[in-house]
Each structure stands twice: as C-alpha cells, then as structure tokens.
Ligand binder design. Structure first.
Ligand code: ATP
Ligand code: MG
Length: 244
C-alpha cells in the first residue's frame, strides 16, 4: 500500500485542551477516505493536520514519505500545488474580490500563465460548479452556499490530485450539492486521493472507499466500502454516530 498522507501518533492541543489524541492513519494513494464522527469530535482538526495546516503538538505527518514540516520551500510549494482544501467555513478572504481570490493561486503556482489563460481557467471551473454571478463582489455579499461554490472552484483551479474537503456540500441546495458530489466522483474515477468530512450519509456511502470514525479526538474505527455496503448493522452504527 502506498500512502499519500501518513499521520503518526499525532496530537493537537489548543487552549490547554487536547483536541486530537495520538491519531495514526495511512491515507492510501488514489483512495477516498471519509472522516466521520459526532460534532466537535475533531474531524476538521484532523483534516487540517493531515493537510499540514496545523502544527501537531506531537507526532508527525508525512506526504509521500516526506515529513511535511521538514520540506524545502520548493518541496512545500510542489505539495501545495498538488493539494487543495475546501474549509468548512469556506475561508475566503474577506477584503478581496472573488476575482482576486481566484486569481491568487494561479498566479502563485503558474507564474508563466498570462491573464487570458487565467481568466479562461477561472471561467471553466466556475462553469463546472455552476456559479454565474459577478466576480467583482466580496465574499460577504454571497450566501453561505455561494461561498462554498467559490471555495470549491478555488480548490479545483490548479488541477490538484490530493483533495481535503470539509463539509463541502453543506448549506447548498440539492442541485448544487449534487453537482459538487459529481465533480468529486469524477476526481475519484481519476484516482485522485481524497480525504473528506461529511455528515451526509448518502454522500459518504457513495464516495468513500474507507470510513474513519473519530470520537473524542481519537481514531475509533475503520470501515471499508464493502463492509458498509454488506452489513446493515455497521451502516446503522455509522449513521447513528454521524447524526449525533
Ligand atoms: N483553535 C482552537 N481553539 C480551541 N478549541 C478548538 C480549536 N479548534 C478546535 N477546537 C475545539 O476542538 C473540538 C473539535 O473541533 P473540530 O472543529 O475539529 O470538530 P468537528 O468534528 O469538525 O466538528 P463539526 O462536526 O461540528 O464540524 C471542538 O470542541 C472545538 O471547539
Ligand atoms: Mg468540522
């Protein structure tokens, strides 16, 4: 098994509280892993730790065998270009226009790209997610759902093959949610590595190769797609846990 991301005995603390405890998992390359568990159990924190966006209090995180916090600047930039994150709260820059928000990752990762090409790339991903309004507005002028669409579009811009998605269909209407699930399904068929958090059991069952249950900041249980498909009791257990 080839791991794309490996977390080894990772713990995380904030304000004297331990939020993630001794978490170890190898995320297999080309597979889709769903992180599930009750609200406040630490899913978003584990996802950010896996993406190298939080520094563990102890333990290590590796990307293709390389410690995320011991990379050179070039290695780090290359990791960032391949990886993309959709944050639970979208995390769009408040004081920038949507155009500026979307332009930035392309300017950073494709410095040779001219404006026309950047605009084309932006229009392509915006069409894919079904966002048709102006780009001159700022995030505060959008609904939560529209912010999610922009956050997803931003994540897709640089053609990543490693996705970190935190509740990326939350607060969307059914058609938009379905559209973003379909886009992730296409990435799955493309053998991208995907780690996602969701409370939507239908989405989890549809997309995930593995389901990792997190309870109280700890790794609790691992389920495979086959187990969940075949074992109704197991399916109910997961459903109950994520509904908490
Ligand atoms: N920076 C922080 N400072 C203090 N507490 C934090 C911090 N980050 C997370 N927490 C706490 O850690 C716990 C886990 O948070 P996290 O956001 O990872 O949960 P979650 O499983 O994603 O929850 P949800 O399903 O509601 O999104 C929560 O109780 C949260 O309040
Ligand atoms: Mg969360």
């Amino acid at each position: 098994m080839e791991a794309v991301i490996e977390m080894k005995n990772v713990s995380f603390q904030a304000q004297n509280q331990t939020i993630v405890r001794d978490f170890s998992f190898q995320f297999e390359k080309g597979k889709v892993v769903a992180l599930v568990g009750p609200s406040g159990s630490g899913k978003s924190t584990v996802l950010k730790l896996a993406a190298g966006l939080l520094v563990p209090a102890s333990g290590d995180v590796f990307f293709q065998g390389r410690n995320l916090f011991m990379m050179t600047r070039e290695q780090n930039l290359s990791f960032r270009k391949q990886a993309a994150m959709v944050f639970q709260d979208s995390a769009l820059w408040a004081n920038q226009s949507l155009y500026q928000i979307l332009e930035l990752p392309l300017k950073l990762h494709f410095p040779q790209m001219d404006k026309q090409e950047r605009d084309q790339r932006m229009n392509d991903v915006l069409a894919q997610v079904g966002y048709r309004k102006a780009l001159s507005v700022r995030p505060a002028q959008l609904s939560m759902g529209e912010q999610k669409l922009i956050a997803f579009a931003r994540a897709m811009l640089c053609g990543p093959n490693l996705l970190f998605l935190d509740e990326w269909t939350e607060s969307l209407d059914d058609a938009s949610a379905q559209c973003l699930v379909n886009l992730v399904w296409e990435r799955r068929r493309n053998n991208d590595s995907i780690i996602f958090v969701s409370h939507d059991y239908t989405v989890i069952r549809y997309l995930a190769d593995y389901i990792v249950m997190i309870v109280d900041g700890r790794f609790s249980q691992l389920f495979t797609r086959e187990q969940v498909a075949q074992d109704e009791d197991m399916a109910h257990l997961i459903e109950k846990r994520i509904a908490l």
